[in-house]
Design a binder for this molecule. Structure first.
Ligand code: NAD
Length: 355
């Protein structure tokens, strides 16, 4: 927001958060950027090693958004006047196994952050902004071809993950309506790019192609997702944070729909080429597994409002973005190896070991 200078970014050690932190630190050297992260399995300070040594305006704070006292101290001590809230449990499959962790962080954690902002800003809301980063999964699944989620689409979450995000969106709006907290929300489609934890489809498959491991495709691979390059999401967050209208919601997406199986074929073709393997070598790794419970059939988002009102559009075509992404994972084997050992290996075995 125009006057916010002391910005709290939550979840900045995660996938999208780390790209937002990097963009803000580099683009706004006169802001003070506080990255608050609990460092769960998904938080990784390695994602920010280029920023933490280089940007004097950056500071990391380890903490849990559910800890209201700690949130209050952070707002007071650092005179926080802008929040970009990304901290969350983010993986649908994990939410099916442990929904409580999702209600805890995504709902109650968001509530503590809202409460801390409300108390700190009480009576002097001008120029402040609480920006909540959310997902298009809150809208549920599209049934009719050619239709898109718009900002007014009714909420219809299907998984514990999307139910927890939907609930957090409602609390954010409620704090805007009830207490006058200056809030803004964006709902974005699936992201891909460097630094994504390899439980998610794209890095998981790149890693498995590299190691000649099976590629577990849910159901028949017909589910459709809209994919956006993570840096374009970070650019959209920057645009909305600085120019979005208070109280509004903005959908973010790439108008880039892919059936899972087609996306996987593009990844295989690109990865085989980059690995110097004959075309199609890794096709044999495709393994169909039982569909995810409650698997939404199709998500597609209409980001016309963001484009028309604020001029944002994606900078990368998908083919370019996916090649860049695959190259990054192949060039950063150490990053992948560090997190695919130990606890993650056990989780992976549990999820896919018997399939
Ligand atoms: P991620 O799992 O990679 O990162 C989440 C970060 O939050 C991690 O660094 C983790 O340590 C931190 N965190 C978790 N619980 C915390 C707590 N209680 N207190 C403090 N920090 C905590 O997730 P991501 O993919 O980067 O997603 C970031 C946000 O964007 C989420 O709110 C997610 O719902 C939303 N989103 C993600 C996508 C996507 O495709 N990944 C799309 C749209 C919206």
């Amino acid at each position: 927001h125009k006057t916010a200078r002391n910005i709290l970014i939550t979840g900045g050690a995660g996938f999208i958060g780390s790209h937002v932190v990097r963009l803000f630190c580099e683009k706004y050297p006169d802001y003070r950027i506080y990255n608050l992260d609990k460092l769960t399995y998904a938080g990784n300070l390695e994602n920010l090693k280029d920023v933490s040594g280089k940007c004097p305006n950056y500071r990391f704070i380890k903490g849990d958004i559910c800890d209201l006292e700690h949130m209050r101290r952070i707002f007071a001590e650092h005179k926080i006047d802008g929040v970009i809230h990304l901290a969350a449990e983010s993986h649908v499959d994990r939410s099916i196994k442990d929904p409580f962790a999702f209600a805890q962080t995504n709902v109650l954690g968001t509530l503590s952050l809202l409460q801390a902002a409300k108390e700190a800003w009480d009576g002097a809301m001008g120029g402040k902004l609480f920006y909540h980063v959310s997902t298009d999964e809150v809208y549920g699944s599209l049934r009719d071809p050619g239709t898109f989620f718009v900002e007014t689409t009714p909420y219809d979450p299907q998984s514990p993950y999307s139910a927890s995000k939907a609930s957090s969106d409602h609390f954010v709006r409620a704090f805007g309506n009830t207490y006058g907290l200056p809030v803004v929300i964006s709902n974005c489609s699936n992201n891909y790019g460097p630094n994504q934890f390899p439980e998610k489809l794209i890095p998981l498959f790149i890693n498995n192609i590299r190691h000649n491991k099976p590629l577990p495709v849910y159901g028949t691979g017909e589910n459709v997702r809209d994919w956006l390059y993570v840096v374009d999401h970070a650019r959209a967050i920057d645009t909305i944070f600085h120019s979005g209208r208070v109280g509004e919601t903005y959908n973010i997406g790439g108008f880039n729909e892919w059936r899972n199986i087609d996306l996987i074929r593009v990844m295989i073709a690109t990865a085989d080429r980059l690995l110097g393997r004959p075309a199609g070598t890794s096709e044999k790794l495709i393994t169909y597994v039982a569909d995810r419970a409650g698997h939404d059939k199709r998500y597609a988002i209409d980001s016309a409002k963001l484009h028309e009102e604020l001029g944002w559009e994606p900078s990368l075509q998908f083919e370019e973005g996916i090649e860049k992404t695959i190259r990054w994972y192949l060039d950063n084997q150490e990053w992948l190896d560090n997190i695919t050992s130990g606890a993650y290996e056990r989780y992976y075995e549990e999820m896919y070991g018997d399939k």
